[in-house]
Design a protein around this ligand. Sequence first.
Ligand code: MG
Length: 243
Amino acid sequence: MTTLKAITFDLDDTLWDNHGVMARTEEGHYRWLLDALNAWRAARQESGLTLDHPSGGDDYLQRRQQLAKEVPERRGDFTWLRLRALEAQLEDQGLPRSAALLWAAAAMNEFHRLRVQVTPHPEAAGLLAVLTERYQLAAITNGNIHLRRQPLAAYFPVAIAAGELLAPKPDPTPFLTALSRLNVAPECAMHVGDSWLEDVLPAQQLGMHAVWVSATGDQQLPSRVYRIAHIKELPSVLAWLES
Ligand SMILES: [Mg+2]
């Protein structure tokens, strides 16, 4: 019999399928930037940018990757990397620094608008609504989805963007931060996530219970680790643990 008091959730590919959203967001916010900025320059009788899609987008990606190597502590802070990469790219296009900062920020606003257009699994909201009556809930993500604008935000009074803590999972810091904010000991908490390396192992090593959301995986599971194929199976694990 376990006294489980808190459940922490990974978001992407745990509570929704992230695949199409990232592709749409990546292309969408960059195309928006090029279109809006070229229209702004045309209205001021200025020449268009020499950037286009996809080559400008490839350059933007390379700048982020380079920056993550140069400033490794920021490697998981994707919003910071994107902003700095866009600012530098736009300054290299001849924009004054003030305009580059403004347009990069506007592009990231569009990024966040698109990024939160995830479709949670149909069972997710109902499941969280039931769980919140019995457990404290928290979200722990390595991604840079806007934690207050994402569609399930209301269920997560504690929500942690691990990259912005400069400690992306599997670093234990975001787990310990969540447990501290919930005031719960690791053995009284469970983490639920799709990544074996970033969710399951670090949570298990801290002494938490861990639920691995994975359609496949036949390996021997360490103690306190349970596998489910889909988030909708979580209640059966909880019922078994609490019985
Ligand atoms: Mg995930």
